[in-house]
Design a protein around this ligand. Structure first.
Ligand code: AMP
Length: 298
């Protein structure tokens, strides 16, 4: 496993079909599932690891973001990555970044209003990764559903020759969606956070049972989580344009953000069209506790 630091060096070591997995590090099985998907479809797998200052709307969050390069490199290698591209901030942003990528409309709802500038920061760094590394395919988690929609649209609008692949959410055995931020949860907060998956599962059951009314679907989630967490939003949105829907009449996802103490959590369930109906993507559950907890960090 080699760690590369510059775009030029990384391009040089890549050959054949290149699969890119962009991450901010502190890996867990969600990231590893992206690497495995890339491994199956690529000759060279590059995982980028860059905690992107441009996408943090709260400085506190950027400083607090967990980092452990050595650990990440070992996990990425075991999952099948060939290279870890871990640029310094100075390589990524050689001089003041005057060009920004905005995908109009797709950040107006859900995460957008709560995190000003976040998606512009994400789209800009992903555009730089696509331009600088020229991957054939790139892999993103459905965990960040709005981000996935924005990256897809950006690649399509800007005629970028990179296929954007969405990968199901990986969850702990009890349903909690994996997130690098989970290490900040106390035992009580972690217990409370399980309400998120309970809520999404009851919404999934409703939809698969034929419910199409957004109010009824979102209410099922509020009912499960309202007593345990501070809810920021629960919204049913279209998969392509991330527009809120009052009726589920096209592929969509039910997304939420909630606070467990000082930790902000997001989760969702996608509703994919199958035949005349919708099937909920409940994600994939681990059987053992995540590698997040094997670090002694918590
Ligand atoms: P991050 O390091 O948080 O920026 O995430 C890097 C990539 O991993 C993004 O495409 C995320 O959507 C994806 N990801 C994060 N958590 C999960 C998860 N639990 N399951 C699947 N993908 C995930």
């Amino acid at each position: 496993m080699r760690i590369t630091k510059s775009f030029a060096e990384t391009r040089e070591v890549c050959s054949g079909a290149v699969g890119l997995v962009p991450t901010m590090g502190f890996l867990h099985e969600g990231h590893l599932s992206l690497i495995e998907a890339a491994r199956n479809e690529s000759d060279t797998v590059v995982m980028s690891l860059f905690v992107n200052p441009l996408q943090f709307d709260r400085d506190e969050d950027l400083v607090r973001y967990p980092r452990d390069l050595e650990r990440d490199v070992a996990l990425a290698a075991a999952a099948g990555a060939d290279f870890v591209f871990a640029p310094e901030v100075g390589e990524m942003y050689l001089s003041k970044q005057l060009t920004r990528v905005t995908v109009n409309g797709l950040s107006d709802e859900l995460e957008g209003p709560n995190r000003p500038g976040h998606f512009e920061g994400v789209a800009t760094v992903v555009a730089k990764l696509f331009a600088g590394l020229q991957p054939d395919r790139s892999y993103f988690g459905r965990k960040d559903a709005q981000q996935l929609a924005i990256v897809r649209r950006m690649a399509s609008d800007l005629s970028m020759p990179t296929a954007v692949v969405g990968v199901p959410i990986v969850r702990e055995s009890d349903g909690l969606a994996l997130s690098s931020r989970n290490i900040f949860l106390s035992a009580e907060e972690r217990d409370a956070a399980l309400a998120l998956n309970r809520g999404l599962l009851s919404a999934a059951d409703l939809v698969e049972g034929g419910e199409r009314d957004a109010k009824a679907i979102t209410n099922a989630v509020y009912f499960e989580i309202g007593d345990y967490l501070t809810v920021e939003y629960v919204t049913l949105a279209g998969q392509e344009l991330v527009q809120p829907m009052t009726v589920l009449d096209q592929p969509g996802f039910l997304a939420l953000a909630a606070w467990a103490g000082k930790t902000r959590l997001i989760d969702n369930v996608h509703f994919d069209r199958v035949g005349d109906g919708f099937v909920a993507d409940r994600g994939n559950r681990l059987t053992d506790p995540s590698v997040l907890y094997a670090t002694g960090e918590n």
